[in-house]
Design a binder for this molecule. Structure first.
Ligand SMILES: [Fe+2]
Length: 298
């Protein structure tokens, strides 16, 4: 792409884009919130309001607390209006392709082996970081059907901000994390066969057609191997520092009827407590599409 801000040799394009991005970035999570009358049927004004948040931060939080929250058609139809069509159906997803993220209950169930289906915290990551490049997760939605009694907040950081803070520290860190073998997810083995083959890839990549920045990352230290050279190790250390202390991190506590729509930004989940009568339940959608906003008459 000509004049890409993500071109390490184009300092002036980067500076202009960076300065505008930081100036517009929300400094409070409240700036991300857009009340919706009905997420299934957006008005032109609501589309504009969601788009302006996503332009600034690659994410928006909608709020429709007056509707019954435990209804998957809310996030599903909202996503469809914003270009989120191609859902990833992983094998733990429900039949409609949205995953019900809730503590699994019975010990030893398949879901209970995976951290999302527990009460435990989840460290910084983008969704689908272990996917192959042809199955990149570009869009993600999280709809709250029931919140926890305490905890369960999501920290959020636009991956473009992480890129900026890392590049401002040292552009060599970006170069290191754009190496195609920067990060390797080892194969996951079932009892006697490979459930998922080994995946190597960059942390940061620029889409050759769309020109947008894509990030693939997990802060997990198990089940991940970083390239064993000094440049990669240094870059990962600085990125960890940024995710620990960035002033741009926003923290959301989704209440029933609220949800996140995003271009797969960096996020966490804090530990939480709930009870059998009040189970935390979120519907998550992972998409091969990025958000896109339909043009409409003003
Ligand atoms: Fe996630």
């Amino acid at each position: 792409m000509a004049n890409s801000p993500f071109d390490l040799s184009n300092e002036s394009a980067y500076r202009a884009w960076r300065d505008a991005k930081l100036a517009a970035y929300p400094r409070s999570v409240d700036e991300l919130i857009v009340p919706l009358a009905d997420p299934r049927h957006l008005t032109p004004a609501e589309i504009d309001a969601l788009e302006s948040r996503c332009v600034r931060a690659n994410m928006a939080i909608y709020s429709a607390p007056h509707l019954p929250a435990a209804d998957k058609s809310l996030p599903k139809m909202l996503g469809q209006q914003l270009g989120l069509i191609h859902l990833e159906g992983n094998y733990l997803a429900d039949e409609d392709g949205l995953s019900s993220i809730t503590p699994a209950g019975e010990e030893g169930s398949v879901r209970g082996e995976f951290i999302p289906y527990t009460h435990k915290p989840i460290n910084w990551h983008t969704d689908g970081y272990y996917n192959t490049l042809d199955r990149r997760i570009l869009g993600m939605t999280l709809h709250c059907a029931q919140d926890a009694e305490s905890g369960g907040e999501n920290a959020l950081l636009d991956h473009e901000i992480a890129y900026i803070q890392l590049r401002d520290t040292n552009p060599d860190h970006i170069a290191a994390l754009m190496q195609p073998d920067a990060m390797t997810i080892p194969a996951r083995m079932d009892d006697d066969h490979v459930a998922r083959p080994e995946q190597s890839g960059p942390v940061f990549a620029v889409d050759p057609d769309g020109g947008f920045l894509y990030m693939r990352y997990t802060a997990r230290t198990r089940s991940i191997v970083w390239k064993d050279d000094a440049a990669t190790q240094a870059a990962v250390r600085i990125l960890t520092d940024i995710l620990t202390g960035s002033e741009y991190i926003l923290t959301a506590r989704l209440r029933p009827g609220m949800g996140l729509i995003c271009n797969n930004v960096l996020h966490t989940r804090s530990a939480f407590s709930d009870s059998p009568e009040h189970r935390r339940l979120l519907y998550r959608g992972r998409y091969y599409d990025r958000l896109s906003f339909p043009a409409h008459a003003a």
